[in-house]
Structures are given as structure tokens and as C-alpha cells.
Design a protein around this ligand. Structure first.
Ligand code: CA
Length: 486
């Protein structure tokens, strides 16, 4: 009997050792074009190198994409907290009801530009609700070490989700209720007061940048998990490339011709990319790269400090996309995304089950919600209801899109764009603006920059998409903007 138990214990240990590690590398406010890796492809499927691709340097992203798959049509919410909670729950923001970013104090945020509309009563103003089944909690229960590193922004001060440990992270490095750092510099203690980055005291006063410090912290936590022979879920949620636009001195010199804020922004991007490269190198050095699945993405559209081009005022720092973070246009919600094994191997048990074609790209529609079921399945945790996320493994194996080519984005608040809901359906995009009822319809296949509103030209399509949008919002229990006396 004792021999049998010992044998079973050994078997469990061996199986645990084979379970793949998971690394989610989430960048804050990084745009679809904030990289040297082209995410725009032409009708023949060939990558199109844009001006912004030529501006930025992200060799680690290029290397990761060469090892796996690039997603050219990946979407997140238009602002931070909703996307982050969607990643953690697999629920559309309309369903989890944190439809706007949360203020650190829990106060109502957003502006009041629309005199007769306000945020709905009962929206998740203080962040993630207790009782949600979360990705880290499920993985922790399955034996994973769950490591949070960087920006959390799941809930406000004193609320349930303020500390990432509340939602299932065993280790929390530097995350709390804040949405951006007071400072990127260790010599400034990463900011004073309300936006001080917590938990990094041992680095204070040194000549180091926040992105580098977080990288070293995460590499240390990964090394500990590897030594303990425990599979891990590492969530590397950088504070970069969100404002304040402070230059990383290691990289600013590479952009001598750019105006100051743009030079700083480019250095934040290259610094973030160096972090990716360093973490991948660490996985390799530890001998666990073949057994580590990596997903890279951003939490909303880009917010680059690039003025609009006067000749084409609808195009911004996300060109050729229209708009920026917070907006209903593609520049607000389309994000870069890459998935790969950290080191492809011809024969490896985990990779045998999920062979990702090297240097490939997938042009089907995917959502940040899809990470929830996909990561759980890769970890061997099956049967968890995923609500609005869909398992991406068929696409990752090089197959055609199997998830519905539809997505609802719901924003009943005031911000860069006020009170809107969107339905994407294949290449068609329908927008309802709740303030004045104005509708927009774009064919993204022929009009990626959303310059030609076809709503009045194609009223039947617009009406059908409007009905489908309302149906899906109702099905998710979406809260609507509240009407008030102007
Ligand atoms: Ca963000």
C-alpha cells in the first residue's frame, strides 16, 4: 500500500511537472501600431510596414511572432479596468458591469459632457465583484503558482479587488488600485502620494526604470517557482506604456529626431520590449521555455502623444486606424496580440498537443475574453463556463476561425467618446451613439480608417445590426446610460 501511495505521489509530481507554464504579457495603453512588427496585412495577406512600424523598435515582439502566431484583429475594451476584468473572468464588460476604469478612490469618474446622460446606477464603480470565478483562482486551485506583477487596477482603494491576492494571485508584486505610476524612476521612489507604486522599496534610490525593476522581480518569482517545480501562471502587467511619458534613458537616444514626449513614448515601448526579451531569455536559461505558453497583448487602444495629422484629422498616433484609447473607433479598441511557445520544440509533450505554426498570422476576430478559456484549457482545467470567451486553440493550431466573428463593446459613460455601444460582425461595424442616437456603419475591409459612414446608404444592414446589438446587450444584462434632466 505504501509503495502504491509513493508511486501515485510520484505520478502526480511528474504530471504536475509537465503541465505548461503560462505567461500573459499585458502592456498598458499600447496601440496596434506601436511596434516594429506589422499588424496590418494587405488583401493578399502580406504585411504592410507603416510609418509607425518604421518609427518603433520592438525586436523581442518580432522574435516572439516568428516563433508563433500574430493576431491581426484582436480587440480589448476601450479603457483599462473593463479589459483587465474581462481577461480575469472571460465575461464581456457588459456582463461583469465594470464598464469604465475605476478611480483609485472609488469616486464616480468620467466627464459630464453629455448633459442628459450619466453612468448607469449599479455599474461596477469600485471594480471587480466578489464571487467572480477568476482565472488566477481557478489556476491556483489546480496547483499553479499564480504571480501578479505590475499594474493591477481591478478595484479601488478599500474595495474587494484592490489587492490582486483577493482574486486568486498568490504573489503580488507592485499591484494595487492605481492605474498609472507616479513616476517610472526608482530614484523618485516610483512616485509619492496617491500614485506611488507599492512594494518596490528595496529598489528605491537606484538608477533604474520601473519596467526594468518589474522585469527583475518577475524573473525572480519565476525562478523560485521553477526551483520548486511548480507550474506557474505569470501575469506580467506592465505599467508601461501609460503616461506619464517619461523617457527610459537606456533607449531615448535611439529617437533623437522626435519631439520630447514622442521620444519618451518610443523609449517606453522599446523598454517594454526589452522586458519581453529578458523574460523569454530567463525562461530559456531556466530550461522551461519549451514548456511555457506566452500571450502578448495590450489592454486598450494606443494613447501616443502624437498630434492628429492636419491633412487627415481623423487619423492619430494609431494611423492608419482612426481614434485613440477611449474612443469607439478602431484606434481605441484594436490591440496587438501574439501567442507562442517561448521556445518552439519539434517534440515536446505540451507542444505536441498545441502545435502553433511558426511565423503565422490569424486574421479572424478575437477578443481579450478568449484568453480565459484558452489558458484554462492549455492548463488542463476544463469545464469552466466561459460566458463570452471562446477557446482559441483551433486557431492557434493554424485552423480557420471557429469563434463567432462578432463582438459587443458597451461604454455607457462619458470620456474621450461619450456613451456608445458597438457591434462588430465580420468586417462590418455598427455604432450607436446614445447621446444623440446617431448611428455609424463601416466596412472595415474597404475602409479601415472609418471615414465613410454607410448607415444611411445601407439602412437595412444598419437596422439588422442594431437589433442584434440590442439583443446581445439584453442577453448580457447590460446596464444603460441613465437619463437625467439637463
Ligand atoms: Ca490601459
Amino acid at each position: 500500500m505504501r509503495t502504491l501511495l509513493a508511486f501515485l505521489a510520484l505520478l502526480v509530481t511528474a504530471t504536475a511537472g509537465q503541465r505548461p507554464n503560462l505567461l500573459v504579457f499585458l502592456v498598458d495603453d499600447m496601440g496596434w501600431q506601436d511596434t516594429s512588427l506589422p499588424f496590418l496585412h494587405d488583401a493578399e495577406g502580406k504585411p504592410v510596414v507603416t510609418d509607425l512600424n518604421r518609427r518603433y523598435r520592438t525586436p523581442a515582439m518580432e522574435a516572439l511572432a516568428a516563433r508563433g502566431m500574430k493576431f491581426t484583429r484582436a480587440y480589448a475594451h476601450s479603457v483599462c479596468t473593463p479589459s483587465r476584468i474581462t481577461l480575469m473572468t472571460g465575461k464581456n464588460p457588459a456582463r461583469h458591469r465594470v464598464t469604465n476604469w475605476t478611480s483609485p478612490t472609488g469616486a464616480e469618474n468620467g466627464d459630464n459632457d453629455v448633459k442628459h446622460l450619466r453612468s448607469p446606477d449599479g455599474w461596477g464603480r469600485t471594480g471587480i465583484a466578489a464571487g467572480e470565478k477568476t482565472l488566477p483562482a481557478l489556476l491556483k486551485a489546480a496547483g499553479y503558482r499564480t504571480i501578479h506583477c505590475g499594474k493591477a487596477h481591478f478595484g479601488s482603494r478599500g474595495a474587494f479587488g484592490q489587492d490582486p491576492k483577493a482574486i486568486g494571485f498568490e504573489v503580488n508584486i507592485a499591484g494595487n488600485e492605481i492605474g498609472h505610476p507616479g513616476s517610472y524612476f526608482a530614484r523618485d521612489s516610483f512616485g509619492k502620494g496617491s500614485h506611488h507604486v507599492p512594494g518596490l522599496d528595496r529598489w528605491h534610490g537606484q538608477d533604474l526604470f520601473l519596467t526594468e525593476v518589474l522585469t527583475r522581480e518577475l524573473c525572480g518569482a519565476i525562478e523560485t517557482a521553477a526551483k520548486d517545480k511548480q507550474p506557474f501562471f505569470a501575469y506580467m502587467a506592465h505599467y508601461a506604456v501609460h503616461s506619464p511619458f517619461q523617457a527610459d534613458p537606456r533607449f531615448a537616444k535611439n529617437y533623437p529626431d522626435l519631439p520630447k514626449p514622442q521620444q519618451a513614448y518610443a523609449s517606453l515601448i522599446e523598454s517594454m520590449d526589452r522586458s519581453l526579451g529578458d523574460i523569454l531569455a530567463k525562461l530559456d536559461a531556466l530550461g522551461i521555455a519549451e514548456n511555457t505558453f506566452v500571450v502578448f497583448l495590450s489592454d486598450n487602444g494606443g494613447d501616443a502623444p502624437i498630434p492628429n495629422d492636419k491633412a487627415a484629422p481623423v487619423v492619430s498616433g494609431n494611423a492608419p486606424l482612426r481614434g485613440k484609447k477611449g474612443m469607439r473607433y478602431e484606434g481605441g479598441i484594436r490591440v496587438p496580440m501574439i501567442a507562442a511557445w517561448a521556445k518552439p520544440a519539434a517534440s515536446h509533450p505540451a507542444q505536441e498537443k498545441l502545435k502553433i505554426p511558426a511565423g503565422s498570422h490569424h486574421d479572424g476576430f478575437v477578443s481579450i475574453a478568449d484568453l480565459f478559456p484558452t489558458l484554462l484549457e492549455i492548463a488542463g482545467v476544463s469545464g469552466v463556463p466561459s460566458f463570452d470567451g471562446h477557446d482559441l486553440r483551433p486557431a492557434l493550431k493554424g485552423g480557420p476561425a471557429t469563434r463567432p466573428q462578432q463582438l459587443v463593446t458597451h461604454y455607457p459613460h462619458g470620456h474621450n467618446n461619450d456613451h456608445f455601444s458597438i457591434l462588430h460582425e465580420g468586417h462590418w461595424k455598427f455604432i450607436r451613439n446614445h447621446a444623440d442616437g446617431m448611428t455609424e456603419l463601416y466596412n472595415l475591409a474597404s475602409d479601415l480608417a472609418e471615414t465613410n459612414n454607410l448607415a444611411s446608404e445601407q439602412p437595412e444592414r444598419a437596422a439588422a445590426m442594431s437589433v442584434e446589438l440590442e439583443r446581445q446587450l439584453d442577453a448580457m444584462g447590460a446596464l444603460r446610460s441613465k437619463r437625467v434632466e439637463p
